[in-house]
Design a protein around this ligand. Structure first.
Ligand SMILES: Cc1cc2nc3c(=O)[nH]c(=O)nc-3n(C[C@H](O)[C@H](O)[C@H](O)COP(=O)(O)OP(=O)(O)OC[C@H]3O[C@@H](n4cnc5c(N)ncnc54)[C@H](O)[C@@H]3O)c2cc1C
Length: 496
């Protein structure tokens, strides 16, 4: 449904109708219901790019299964600090969603979040040893105390029978299992958040409206040139605060703003494909998100996984992602996105990254060249009995990885997300894509902290009401963690 409402001079402009803008919009509206908020989305509907459930894997990233969040140190110990950070960020998202369910902003939890166990699964004695050590370290932390570990095929059969179906080798296997895992429909969540915003007189949503330019005015406010794609006319919107939540396209918009903080950033797009199965005989035999180990050179977000998905009431299985290269910054983007983003200020970092990441280049070339049989072989590492006829190939969203200046190397490729904001807090952009939608609330709180710092004292009580752990540390306070998680899980219907 196209919505064409615009304010000429709102207090806040949110560029993009994905999970990030939707989350920031609802947070800001709850904190100050008088703020005039304008959402501008280029496509005909919100949640059509990365936040669409078919464009991402829907994993509620809580570090319960992703091996790339736990690095192995040279001495054999396992560093779980990143996993702890991500788990806490996901709990923050869950607290906010639970508050919105309790206050009627969000619908019944099953419309957007479903409990699905998270598993890590490895083969071979070496990886078995790694997973065992990882489990021993993780299970000592209260975030991961309920995680289970097995090398026993009978237990694996109970947790995820497809992993053993047709497996005849005697190779050592190992897995961990966490009941607290989730599958999240970020598209449904985004739509519900935007529908709530659209019901308010102080919020206007304009879809089919493309932000073409951002320019700073002499009075310090930002003037956006916005194109109505249906009518082919431009209009201007001026606001004191702009959030660039344009997903992969945030980088070119940040460059247009010309803020010094945005200089030196580049983007490296990685596309993704998944195999999808909706044969009920197979789908019904699997209820888990099973993450394996990434291949050498693979970017961390290309860790293969065999996933239960629940999208709009329908169960499917998804396997992948298979990475690929496309110069587009959005699925609906243009092949000129990447070349157009190369500027004098980011040329050195981009060339340095090209030179230093030959493993990644080789990996992407191999992925692009894959035949359907190659993809089946990758799937059979997880589900040896898989047959090609049961699976079809689906193109997922684009992820634009951050390229950043580096004092010694010239430039580095960064696989996380980063908020880039002007020193005066008048504009902020979100770059990068991982761990992504799951940590949307935490990332948007970071933006509020940076860009609305002067209002935090008056907003603090409401922030604590919406997110009870706000300003506190769940990782350092096991009792607080247990109390809040018990409540959140009950509201979100994640545990009996
Ligand atoms: C293959 C893949 C798998 C993923 N798996 C997971 C996962 O399992 N779990 C997880 O938590 N995250 C995952 N992610 C990441 C997650 O999907 C993203 O981090 C998240 O959806 C980004 O939300 P967003 O609002 O920033 O961007 P988007 O949802 O992409 O929204 C940006 C919006 O901005 C609009 N836009 C762009 N340019 C303009 C413009 N100039 N004017 C107006 N509008 C504009 C676009 O049309 C789009 O609607 C995955 C991503 C991919 C690609």
């Amino acid at each position: 449904m196209t919505r064409v409402d615009t304010f000429a001079e709102p207090d806040v402009v949110l560029i993009g109708g994905g999970i990030m803008s939707a989350t920031l919009g609802v947070l800001l509206h709850q904190l100050d219901p008088s703020l005039k908020i304008q959402v501008v989305e280029a496509l005909a509907e919100v949640a059509k790019e990365s936040s669409n459930p078919w464009n991402n894997a829907g994993t509620g990233h809580a570090a319960l299964c992703e091996l790339n969040y736990t690095k192995e140190n040279a001495d054999g110990s396992v560093d779980i600090s990143k996993a702890v950070e991500i788990n806490e960020a996901f709990e923050v998202s869950k607290q906010f969603w639970a508050h919105l369910v309790e206050t009627g902003v969000l619908p019944a939890p099953r419309e957007f979040i479903t409990p699905v166990p998270h598993m890590s699964f490895v083969h071979g004695a070496e990886d078995q040893d790694y997973l065992r050590r990882r489990y021993q370290t993780m299970s000592r932390h209260h975030f991961f105390a309920d995680m289970e570990y097995t090398e026993d095929r009978a237990k694996l059969q109970e947790w995820a029978p497809l992993l053993l179906a047709g497996r005849h080798d005697a190779e050592p296997l190992a897995a961990t299992h966490a009941d607290a895992g989730t599958d999240v429909n970020f598209g449904a969540l985004t739509r519900s958040l935007v529908d709530f915003l659209a019901s308010k007189d102080v919020v206007k949503i304009a879809t089919q409206h493309l932000v073409k330019n951002i320019r700073r005015k002499k009075d310090g406010r930002w003037e956006l040139t916005v194109r109505n794609m249906d009518k082919g006319i431009n209009r201007s919107i001026t606001a004191p605060f702009v959030f660039v939540g344009a997903g992969g396209a945030s980088l070119p918009l940040l460059q247009k703003s010309k803020i010094p903080e945005g200089k030196g950033f580049g983007g490296f797009p990685v596309s993704g494909q998944f195999l999808v199965c909706d044969n009920p005989e197979i789908v019904d035999r699997h209820n888990a998100k099973v993450y394996g180990k990434a291949a050498v050179g693979a970017p961390p977000m290309s860790v293969p996984h065999l996933d239960t998905r629940l999208i709009d009431g329908k169960h499917t299985l998804l396997f992948g992602p298979f990475a690929g290269f496309s110069p587009k910054f959005l699925k609906s983007g243009s092949v000129f996105d990447l070349p157009g983003s190369v500027k004098l200020s980011n040329l050195v970092p981009m060339l340095a990254v090209g030179k230093d990441n030959l493993d990644l280049t080789r990996y992407l070339i191999e992925q692009v060249m894959q035949s359907p049989e190659d993809r089946l072989d990758a799937l059979r590492e997880f589900f040896p009995g898989a047959q090609l006829g049961d699976w079809k190939l689906l193109t997922a969203g684009q992820r634009v990885q951050i390229i950043k200046q580096h004092p010694e190397k010239g430039g580095v490729l960064q696989f996380g997300t980063e908020v880039v904001s002007a020193t005066d807090g008048s504009i902020a952009a979100l770059l990068g894509a991982s761990p992504g939608a799951s940590t949307a609330v935490d990332v948007m709180l970071d933006i509020i902290g940076k860009c609305f710092a002067s209002r935090l004292p008056e907003w603090r009580a409401e922030l604590e009401r919406m997110i009870p752990s706000y300003g506190k540390s769940l990782k350092q306070d096991p009792a607080l963690y247990t109390r809040l998680k018990t409540h959140t899980d009950a509201v979100l219907q994640l545990k009996a």
